[in-house]
Design a protein around this ligand. Structure first.
Ligand SMILES: *Cc1c(COP(=O)(O)O)cnc(C)c1O
Length: 675
């Protein structure tokens, strides 16, 4: 009998790994704008206020929410981060104005299409009050939502997009009562129509014009500006517009010039060029007796999602918030001073840069799928199939090759190539035999594991080759096939639509255990039945960004991933692929006097099954009746007892109130890998 051993504590794979390494691997410093960091215990934490001592540990919030029966996935909104971004934007412009001696203020507007959630808009307006920050809307519904939030008369409400008579009349009425509402004319016809409506109501109108510039943006939204843009008034039209205003003695009606290069401007040089171009237009108008007051440089202030430096491939941005503000202020000043015209009030419609940082999506990993390899001691016997034994021989062959290392030779590439091709052939043979019924399923299982073992051993050899660029692509990419799949409880289409749509990368980081070295490489897949329902590119310090470095799934406890910089566009553009609905939300405020330095101000439940179904016109009454008919039939046929029938119906009806996502506590989640 062996003596009982005390249970050894699990060996943490720290071996030289620190929380600093985790910050570097996930490039947290580069994208977090100092709001997010890894604390000494390896947990993702938030520093929402400037003060160093107020630190919120994300895992604390998750545990808190679970106690309140809020299920994951959940979107956390850090309202203080939102406020801080408003302040940072305004401060950057104020500093640039002070340093350059610019003679007019900055007065930004928040374009609500970026995130229309009422709490977000309210928070931005509130935080923006000291800066007279206003709002921007681009449709009727947005106008209706935004107008009553214009508490201060000075703050601007800028209305872009195509506007019908109802909208234009409402804007005139708002101007009449003293609100600073500026409809921006997107096309010439809109201008004539607006003038007519103003005449009808006997009112002097105020308006802005979106100018069609020669400069066009670069990157994904390049077509929002330039000659090909679907918006804007051309220079010949503008000349005509001025003539019309002068005819009607309405010189002071044109108060604002606007352009928009498109979102996420990659290159600050393009911005400068466009700003100088519009300032030239402004100067010419002022010189012709049109006292334009506001110069609006649109949206496009970028967010450094990819934590890169603006190279062609990674579609990052090549400037900071401060550089953006400087670029605008100094460019306008330069042209105005040359032309000797007064400095206009500056406006930007920065949306993404205000909201992106404040929200984090928390997702649970439900399980993993690994490319299983074979145990080191495995050796096939007589009872095994020939194909299994042949695969084993290939494995033995690659294992016997010189193992690399300092003085030892690495094996010739040709040997590895040959072994790989042999393994591919044998695996195909096994598949064919199985399909024809000649190979039992257990043997097929063995064959697959042997195949992955061969691939893994070859891959390890390849990594030691002195000049990897000489290795054939087939072998170099072997690595990609060996990564795990981690099944995550969310939908790419609902929560990170831009990843699917335009390949936008978002930083994704495990929420805790970051003091431990992540030893697995995984591709994250979602719950939808769509093969596009996965994350295919990651923010990482590795040169290979096709996978995420993660930990082994811990036994008996959940593994959570945080998706960061989720606050711009994703919420509102997400769609309901496979009828996965909006995720639950929790609004968090920092408070140094509370345990954990925070309190949860509000919880908004995610979309229920019933709400989701109603959007596609299925209603509980009708579904209940249909289900009831089927069950009654089965009772009549003697298939089930009436009591069981009633229970089944109840069970079915209970689902209407449930979340559309997976219950991670459900035993069917099957978190453990097969032994
Ligand atoms: C979308 C949009 C914005 C917001 O752009 P961001 O890049 O999010 O700052 C601003 N102005 C107009 C006209 C827009 O269409």
């Amino acid at each position: 009998m062996s003596t009982p051993q005390p249970l050894a504590p699990p060996v943490a794979e720290t071996n030289g790994w620190t929380t600093q390494d985790a910050e570097e691997l996930y490039r947290i410093r580069q994208w977090s704008d100092s709001f997010f960091f890894v604390d000494d215990e390896g947990q993702m934490a938030v520093r929402p206020l400037r003060d160093e001592d107020t630190v919120i540990v994300i895992d604390d919030i998750i545990r808190d929410l679970r106690k309140r029966n809020v299920r994951l996935p959940v979107l956390l909104r850090f309202q203080d981060v939102l406020r801080a971004r408003v302040v940072r934007l305004n401060t950057a412009f104020a500093d640039a104005i002070a340093e350059s001696g610019y003679q007019a203020p900055y007065q930004g507007v928040y374009p609500i299409k970026v995130n229309q959630l009422h709490e977000v808009v309210q928070e931005v307006v509130e935080a923006g009050k000291p800066f007279k920050m206003g709002l921007e809307c681009g449709s009727k519904a947005e106008l209706i939502a935004a107008l009553p939030h214009m508490e201060e008369d000075d703050s601007l409400l800028i209305c872009n997009g195509y506007k019908d008579s109802v909208m234009l009349r409402l804007m005139l009425a708002a101007q009449q009562i003293g609100k600073n509402v500026v409809p921006v004319m997107e096309k010439y016809g809109e201008f004539e129509h607006f003038l007519k409506l103003a005449q009808e109501s006997g009112q002097r109108p105020r308006l802005g014009v979106r100018v069609r510039l020669t400069t066009s943006g670069a990157g994904k939204w390049a077509e929002s500006g330039g000659d090909q843009s679907k918006f804007g008034i051309s220079i010949p039209e503008l000349v005509n517009l001025i003539r019309r205003l002068k005819e009607q003695d309405l010189n002071d009606a044109l108060v604002l010039l606007h352009f928009h290069l498109g979102s996420q401007i990659a290159d600050v040089q393009i911005l400068k060029k466009a700003v100088k171009e519009i300032t030239q237009v402004y100067a010419q108008l002022v010189e012709r007796g049109i006292p334009v007051r506001y110069l609006d440089v649109g949206g496009g202030l970028g967010v450094n999602y990819e934590a890169g430096y603006g190279s062609e491939e990674d579609s990052s941005i090549n400037y900071t918030l401060r550089e953006y503000a400087n670029a605008v202020v100094y460019s306008v000043k330069e042209v105005c001073d040359e032309e000797k015209v007064p400095h206009p009030v500056l406006i930007s419609e920065s949306g993404r840069a205000i909201t992106a940082h404040h929200s984090v999506l928390i997702v649970e990993v439900l399980g993993s799928y690994r490319k299983d390899t074979i145990e080191a001691e495995f050796a096939p016997g007589e009872e095994h199939n020939t194909v299994t034994r042949e695969l084993f021989e290939i494995l033995a062959r690659v294992r016997a090759l010189p193992a690399g290392g300092k003085r030892r030779k690495t094996p010739p590439i040709s040997d590895l190539m040959e072994a790989y091709h042999d393994a591919v052939e044998k695996r195909q043979e096994a598949d064919t035999m199985f399909a024809l019924g000649y190979l039992p399923i257990e043997e097929k299982g063995l064959a697959e594991r042997l195949y992955w073992s061969v691939c893994k051993t070859i891959d390890e050899q390849i990594k030691r080759v002195p000049r990897p660029e000489l290795v054939p692509k087939e072998l170099r990419t072997l690595d990609d096939h060996l990564v795990d799949q981690y099944l995550c409880d969310f939908s790419v289409f609902q929560s990170i639509i831009d990843h699917w749509g335009i390949g936008q990368r978002f930083p994704i980081v495990p929420i805790k255990n970051l003091h431990l070295r992540p030893t697995r490489r995984a591709v994250l897949v979602d719950l939808t039945c769509d093969s596009d329902g996965k994350v295919s590119n990651y923010v990482s310090a590795n040169s290979d960004t096709d996978y995420l470095e993660v930990h082994d799934l811990p036994a008996g406890e959940p593994y959570h991933l945080g998706f960061f910089l989720m606050g711009a566009y994703q919420d509102i553009m997400g769609d309901s692929h496979n009828l996965f609905g909006r995720v639950a939300e929790a609004h968090i405020y920092a408070d140094p006097d509370e345990p954990g330095d925070y309190y949860i101000e509000k919880i908004i439940p995610g979309t229920s099954v019933q709400e989701m179904l109603a959007q596609v016109q299925y209603f509980p009454n009708d579904l209940h009746r249909r289900m009831n008919d089927i069950i009654r039939q089965k009772i009549d046929q003697g298939r089930i007892r009436p009591k069981a029938g009633v229970e089944l119906l109840e069970q079915y009806m209970q689902c209407f109130a449930q979340s559309t996502y997976y219950d991670p506590d459900d035993p069917a989640a099957g978190k453990e890998d097969a032994p």
